[in-house]
Design a protein around this ligand. Sequence first.
Ligand code: NAI
Length: 344
Amino acid sequence: MQVAFFDAKAYDIPSFEKYGGENGIEFKFYETKLNADTAELARGCDAVCVFVNDDVGAEVIDKLYGEGVKLVALRCAGYNNVDVRSAYGKIHVVHVPAYSPYSVAEHAAALLLTSLRRIHKAYVRTRDYNFSLNGLTGFDLHGKTVGVIGTGKIGRVFIDICRGFGMNVLAYDKFPNPEVPAKYVSLDELFEKSDVISLHCPLTSETKHMIDASAIDMMKKGVFIVNTSRGALIDAEALLEGIKARKIGAACLDVYEEEGDVFFEDLSGHIMDDETLSRLISMPNVIVTSHQAFLTEEALNNIAETTVNNILSYFNNDGVCDNELCYRCGEIENCRKGERKRCF
Ligand code: NAI
């Protein structure tokens, strides 16, 4: 079985070669991202394996379908880059719903602490034998209020971490879970009362730009915003304005609305075309990491193992894969998973 693997990076290849090799899957690694121009690289392959910034829109789906590709195997949880409605009836889609919620939640905490205690600044200073503390004052997290938006797998781990710091936890979720140790409030109340806001919900048409100018208006002055979920949850222009107005105390961003052409690439030595991103990066109270929250050894192994199992269960046995998804996922009356059937 051959699988075209797009947006391949050095850190992906060993785990996929290992699990693929053990299970008779040959991954053809391509550094390029999947898009309408590169889709033909999948010719002759049974499946494609894609990541967060590959374009799996309607046009690409039609091209892959034309090349005989039967399966899109996402090696990530989020699938906002896949037009699942266009794929329905043509190409099946599987994803890795969970591989290590700890990796992402711990990275969110790392960003928060780094920013709050100015560790990134202190690191640079002491390497230059500058031992001054001026400008490095933070605040205690203990006793502060954190607002967690999205209390699924990652949000819950992040809540546990925050409770460990002695924070009061407010939460907002479209589907509140009574087992989550947090007080569910409306989104507006969360914006109004939180000292720290961390995003852990998926990007959908409903959640796009949930942090916009009016949301920022409602927030406390000095609020810390942490986003390890998807960039477009935040209107980046509005964020920049909030920072310039000294309303936002800090932004910790592992994701960015227009990250597709930039993140995962070494662009040092290039002129940055994206003025909003370069302006954000230039701010002393903004930390940007390049969608690396998932990047732990445990997560990489789990991603490769689950992706290989997804491909095997699709092509072998009865073709049913528990991790298949479609645009009707969540519609109880239409979902065929309970009957152990493919989505179509
Ligand atoms: P999950 O599916 O376990 O949890 C998502 C939660 O969001 C659920 O509780 C759901 O009810 C809630 N939700 C859905 N629609 C909502 C809405 N309109 N408003 C508020 N809440 C809503 O997902 P998980 O594993 O916790 O991942 C969360 C997100 O983290 C993913 O969607 C993905 O975008 C992002 N992620 C980022 C990574 C990174 O490397 N930066 C790696 C993995 C995931």
